[in-house]
Design a protein around this ligand. Structure first.
Ligand SMILES: NC(=O)c1ccc[n+]([C@@H]2O[C@H](COP(=O)([O-])OP(=O)(O)OC[C@H]3O[C@@H](n4cnc5c(N)ncnc54)[C@H](OP(=O)(O)O)[C@@H]3O)[C@@H](O)[C@H]2O)c1
Length: 255
């Protein structure tokens, strides 16, 4: 169980171009995995991730696909299988957030969120599972959010669709763990506030209140989430499946 555990394995990290996904790509490359870096619009960011992976002596390829589209997702897996081999390690990280109060929240916003965060998670796992079961090895980590467990306390109402999509991902993880065991393990990670482009528009006031409410009195780093994802993919967590692990500095999960 050394830190080169993933030599010979292929990892797909969706939303690997930026933020948390980029840190996960770097962490898995450091453990020897061949990394498929997915993005949807931001090719130059994906290329920057690839440069960082190369800096870890890692092998990677870049794939453009909208995870909300089943055909694009399936075609991406076809390309990865040709270039890098069957996906052994899947991190469903691609996600979007939209802030809207209960007046401005529309069905269109609801669908947009669900399409990427929930339908997208389904498309990825469904396309990956058969190869994993056939090969007798598979590890999946689905990124949800602490807001999938507790509603947003700082700006109540504004993230209803987002929080609901992430709750559903937690339920999906449980069901898939039962369905795909014993050779395929499925777990989740529920981050609290992590400094990325997703959170950069949040007001200074909301940021301060959030840090005040966090027992560890800070926001999280992408590398801290990547470390937990790595643990759940690795043999170090060999008796763990169906669980979603919170990493939030204690925010939302402690009295
Ligand atoms: N940051 C936080 O505080 C926080 C907290 C809890 C959970 N999370 C979750 O962690 C995950 C990563 O968040 P982040 O903060 O790193 O976000 P981010 O910086 O906004 O990056 C989002 C990533 O997802 C990709 N993406 C978005 N829609 C996509 C689609 N339809 N198909 C394929 N890729 C798509 C983006 O690709 P492009 O670069 O091409 O746009 C980008 O790589 C998300 O699931 C998010 O909900 C984040």
């Amino acid at each position: 169980m050394d830190d080169k555990e993933f030599i010979g394995r292929t990892a797909l990290v969706t939303g690997g171009s930026r933020g948390i996904g980029r840190a996960i790509c770097q962490r898995l490359a450091r453990s020897g995995a061949r990394v498929a870096i997915n993005y949807v619009t931001n090719k130059s960011a994906a290329e920057e991730t690839q440069r960082l992976v190369a800096g870890e002596n890692g092998v990677s390829e870049i794939y453009c696909a909208d995870v909300g589209d089943p055909k694009q997702t399936s075609d991406m897996f076809d390309s990865i299988e040709t270039d890098l081999g069957t996906v052994d390690l899947l991190v469903t990280n691609a996600g979007i957030a939209r802030s809207a109060d209960s007046v401005s929240m529309s069905f269109e916003i609801w669908r947009e969120i669900m399409r990427t965060n929930l339908d997208g998670t389904f498309h990825q796992v469904w396309r990956a599972k058969d190869g994993m079961i056939e090969h007798g090895y598979g590890r999946i980590v689905c990124i949800s959010s602490v807001l999938g467990l507790v509603p947003n306390q700082i700006s109540p109402e504004r993230l209803i669709a987002y929080g609901t999509s992430k709750s559903a991902v937690i339920g999906f993880v449980r069901n898939c763990a039962v369905a795909f065991g014993p050779r395929v393990r499925v777990n989740g990670v529920a981050p609290g506030w992590i400094d990325t482009e997703m959170t950069e528009d949040v007001s200074e006031d909301a940021r301060r209140r959030l840090i005040d409410a966090t027992p560890l009195k800070r926001v999280g780093k992408t590398a801290e989430i990547a470390e937990l994802v790595h643990f759940l993919l690795s043999d170090k967590s060999s008796f763990t499946t169906g669980q979603t692990h919170v990493s939030s500095g204690g925010l939302g999960t402690l009295p």
